[in-house]
Ligand binder design. Structure first.
Ligand code: PEP
Ligand code: MN
Length: 276
């Protein structure tokens, strides 16, 4: 992959460990760490978000997730609470001391979202929104770049190159499954991509087993497969009551099931001597 200048491991080594500022000190993502991001697909209301945030904090989760601006396939689906959601995220951050990540869909929202969140997420559907990539490349905030639904590994790394070349080096990649002929699962988790990215790039790579499978029962095994393949962490959807979630309930774990996942993932991290 000759076009890679800044994302390539050959040209830039050693591995990058991204530091995320938080009220409790830096959280790290990268080689040697097993970092877990968890929370509901979307921030739905204040009470439930603050509740799940505290439960996750007590379990030892490092970063909270929650969408405020949601990219939905249908314009009639729940699109998130917008600014109200950002305020709830900021409140959860104050309450728990954990950093928060949320998606940015539009360059016009970057400043607003940056004033509430610790990490900005570029979603799958925007992986090749080049003006958004350049704009998040110009900010001084960590960015999570999810793999596009139908993006090759090279296209994904070139998208990363856009952010890096605009100046932002605090970049984390997230494999979230790709679209294949298989329809039993929502997407197909590309475990090989995790191995390939660790080989090709110095950037941290995490895996989102929730969107990758679309089925909560598959989330725990997929998480473990990702860690064994070399992922630096996970992003998992956890909802206090998945059966009544406003988005992605079928792939969301309840707190008990997440606790089991996290216990088993920590055992794998111990074997490899990764910090968590
Ligand atoms: C998400 O993580 O909230 C999300 C919408 O995921 P993706 O962009 O991978 O579909
Ligand atoms: Mn979701």
């Amino acid at each position: 992959m000759e076009a890679l200048k800044l994302a390539s491991r050959e040209k830039q080594s050693p591995y990058t460990v991204v530091e995320i500022d938080s009220p409790q000190g830096p959280v790290r993502i990268g080689e040697g760490y097993c970092t877990v991001i968890a929370g509901p697909c979307a921030v739905e209301n204040r009470e439930e978000y603050l509740l799940i945030a505290q439960v996750l904090k007590e379990m030892g989760v490092h970063i909270l997730r929650g969408g405020a601006f949601k990219p939905r396939s249908s314009p009639y689906s729940f699109m998130g609470l917008g600014v109200e959601g950002l305020k709830i995220l900021a409140e959860a951050r104050e309450l728990t001391g954990l950093p928060v990540v949320t998606e940015v869909m539009d360059t016009r929202d970057i400043e607003l979202i940056s004033s509430y969140a610790d990490i900005l997420q570029v979603g799958s559907r925007n992986m090749q929104n080049f003006s958004l990539l350049q704009a998040v490349g110009r900010i001084n905030k960590p960015v999570i770049l999810k793999r596009g639904l139908s993006a090759t590994i090279e296209e994904w790394l070139l998208a990363a190159e856009y952010i890096l070349s605009a100046g932002n080096q605090k970049l984390i990649l997230c494999e979230r499954g790709i679209r294949t002929f298989e329809s039993y699962t929502r997407n197909t988790l590309d475990i090989g991509a995790v191995v390939a990215v660790k080989e090709l790039s110095h950037l941290p790579i995490i895996v989102d087993p929730s969107h990758a499978t679309g089925r909560w029962k598959m989330v725990r095994p997929a998480s473990k497969a990702a860690m064994v393949a070399g992922a630096d962490g996970l992003m998992v959807e956890v909802h206090p009551y998945p059966e009544r979630a406003l988005s992605d309930g079928k792939q969301s774990l309840n707190p008990d099931n997440f606790a089991r996942l996290w216990t088993e993932v920590k055992q794998l991290a111990d074997i490899e001597g990764k910090h968590y």
